[in-house]
Structures are given as C-alpha cells and as structure tokens.
Design a protein around this ligand. Structure first.
Ligand code: COA
Ligand code: ZN
Length: 326
C-alpha cells in the first residue's frame, strides 16, 4: 500500500466503537441503562463512524446486556453513524431488528474450541445457524457483518492457520452473503507481520468488501497491529473507549485497543479519523465511576501529547540556583 503507514496523508480511517458491547459485557458492575444511553450519545458526538451499541444475547449468560432493547431504542441517532448490535442467534436477531439495529454483527470463531466454549456449538453448527440469521436479516433489509473470533490464534488451540480463516471468510461472504467481515484478535495473539499478511490476502481476494480489524491489547501489540493493517490497506478498526473489555469465554482475555489511543496516534500521523479526541476523553472520564475501577487506556491519565503540565512550584528558585552556578 503506502510504504509509510506512519504518514496518513489525510487518508480516511473509520473507527468503530465496541466499548459499550465488547467493553461492558465483561464488567461485573451493572451500568444503569440511562448511563449506557448517555455514553452512546457521547460517543456519537465524539465522531465515531459506527457504534456497536449492545448485544442481544441471553440475559443469563451476559446480565450486563439485559437492557439491550431499551438502550438501542432510546439512543440519539446521528445521520451517517451506523448503530449495530451483536446477535448470537435467530432470537437475538429478531430482538435487534425489532429495536431498529442498523446492522447485525454475527459472531462465530475460527477456532473450534473457542466456538464451543463461547457459543456452545461446533463451527459447522454455527455456520448453519448464522445462515438462518442472515436470511432473516436479508428479509428485513438489515445488513450483516460477521465477526470471526480468534482469527489470529486461539488461547486454547494455538495457531489458527490463515488458510482456514480465509476459507471461513469465503463461506461467510460467498455462500452466506455477509456484507462485511471483522477479523478479530480475541486475545491479543496477533503480531504485525501476521496482520499484514492476512489483511493483504483478504483485500486481494475481496477488494470491495468491508473489512474491519479488531485487536485486543493483551500483549501490548494493539497499536503496532493497527499500523501493520493500515500499511496493508485496511481502513476500519474496532476499538473500545478506555481500552476496556475482553471475551468472558476466552482465558486470559483483556481489553480492546483503546479508541482514544488509536484516534490520538492516527491524528498525529495525519489520518482523518473523524474523531474529536477531547470529546471522546470526556466520555472516557465517566467510565471509572460507572464500572468501579480505572481503565487501561493511558491518555485519560497522561493527557494528549501537547496537553501540558504545570512547572514545579519552586521552578523559579531552581532556575535562579542553576543560573547562579554559571
Ligand atoms: N436473547 C435472549 N435470550 C436468549 C437468547 C437471546 N438471543 N438466546 C438464548 N436465550 C435464552 C433462552 O431463552 C434460554 O433461556 P431459558 O433458560 O430461560 O429457557 C437460555 O438463553 C438458553 O438458551 P439456549 O437456546 O439453550 O442456548 P444456549 O444455552 O446454548 O446459549 C447462547 C447460547 C450463545 C445464545 C448464550 O450462551 C449466549 O447468549 N451467550 C453469550 C455469548 C456472548 O455474548 N459472548 C461474548 C461475545 S462474543
Ligand atoms: Zn473482542
């Protein structure tokens, strides 16, 4: 693509917020419904291109998402922003369509073990179930994206061969008719060379298809992986504000790349993300109070690169002493 991913040259990059779903689903403390709605509205105002608002899953499995209908119905919708919802099955799709989701995000895993642990089905059974959901969505005129978990490795099985990932993409796009694919690094096993190769392979094969990369920062490689994907021509990334999150069914999982860190870095590099970082930070600042702990994202504490800090209180005395020595 460009030999210099660190020079954005105004290229548009679409940042998709998943914090209110991938982030909050793992939080023990229930975030009250009006606060969830206010968070989504703040994310809209911060300029995210797409927001995965919630998930229509079993409230017994994920109690945090038991208010999915109300949240999706009561958020403010800005023109051009896509409000999506994760659905695991037909029941979830019916609920999401009824609550006016703009897009359904279906999920299956590229790893057999993770698919069984997370969704209680074999991958083959998942594919059959997803095809049923996709047919329902097609009838309702709602586009379908499929998030393929563990596309860069499985915490229980190890390497997931790229050929196998590509074969699932082929079935999901060409047999099932998905309009987009998200390659998910569910537990931070991806590394830049691998990301570059898989992104390149996908884009060569399906240049017109909406491709999203979804990285977790579990081993500190999140932003490096974003740059590697940009270099291979990707232009869509999932991220979670504050860097919260992690799959409850994947051992050792931790938060997504943080939206504010990615937006801050890409803005410095000259990409056009559409995100207003100070506004986004104002939303992140509400999180610790709502989830009861600090967030992993660094920028809330450190500030942006040129958010300056005051000089030490005795600075003039330090200067006077230094100058007296010369
Ligand atoms: N919405 C609401 N309730 C649902 C539901 C949905 N989409 N899907 C299943 N349920 C309910 C069923 O009604 C049933 O309730 P009951 O025990 O009161 O009868 C219960 O969940 C179990 O349903 P069943 O069809 O037997 O499915 P299951 O136990 O095999 O569960 C999943 C399958 C995947 C739907 C469920 O485990 C789930 O929602 N898990 C969460 C997955 C997730 O969000 N992972 C993280 C993100 S990738
Ligand atoms: Zn994830």
């Amino acid at each position: 693509m460009t030999a210099r991913p660190w020079h954005g040259e105004g290229r548009r990059v679409y940042l998709q917020e998943v914090g209110t779903r991938d982030g909050l689903q793992g939080e023990a403390q229930f975030v009250p419904t009006p606060d969830k709605i206010a968070l989504v509205d703040a994310l809209t105002d911060a300029g995210l291109a797409k927001i995965e608002v919630t998930s229509f899953v079993s409230p017994k499995a994920i109690p945090q998402m038991r208010d999915a209908e109300q949240v999706l119905r009561e958020i403010r919708r800005a023109p051009g922003v896509v409000y999506s919802a994760l659905v695991p099955n037909v029941r979830g799709a019916e609920r999401a369509i009824d609550a006016r989701a703009d897009e359904l995000n279906l999920v299956m895993s590229a790893s057999e073990s993770h698919n069984l642990a997370n969704l209680r089905m074999t991958r083959e059974q998942s594919f059959t179930a997803l095809a049923e959901v996709a047919a329902l969505a097609r009838g309702a005129g709602v586009p379908v994206n499929v998030s393929l978990s563990c596309s860069f490795g499985c915490p229980m099985e190890g390497e997931v061969p790229a050929d196998e990932v590509m074969a699932w993409c082929e079935r999901l796009l060409e047999t099932m008719g998905a309009h987009g694919i998200t390659l998910c690094d569910t537990t931070g096993m991806a590394w830049p060379g691998q990301v570059h190769a898989l992104t390149t392979a996908f884009r060569e094969r399906w240049p017109q298809t909406e491709l999203t990369l979804h990285f977790h920062n579990t081993r500190g490689m999140g932003l490096a992986n974003v740059l590697a994907a940009l270099d291979a021509g990707a232009d869509r990334f999932d991220a979670s504000f504050g860097g919260i999150g992690g799959c409850p069914y994947a051992p050792g999982a931790s938060g997504n790349v943080s939206t504010e860190e990615v937006a801050h870095a890409l803005e410095l590099m000259g990409y056009d993300t559409g995100v207003d970082v100070p506004r986004l930070l104002a939303a992140v600042a509400k999180l610790p109070g709502l989830i009861g702990h600090d967030v992993p994202g660094q920028i809330l504490r450190a500030g942006r690169r040129l958010d300056l800090h005051p000089l030490p209180a005795d600075f003039e005395a330090i200067r006077a002493r230094a100058e007296a020595r010369t």
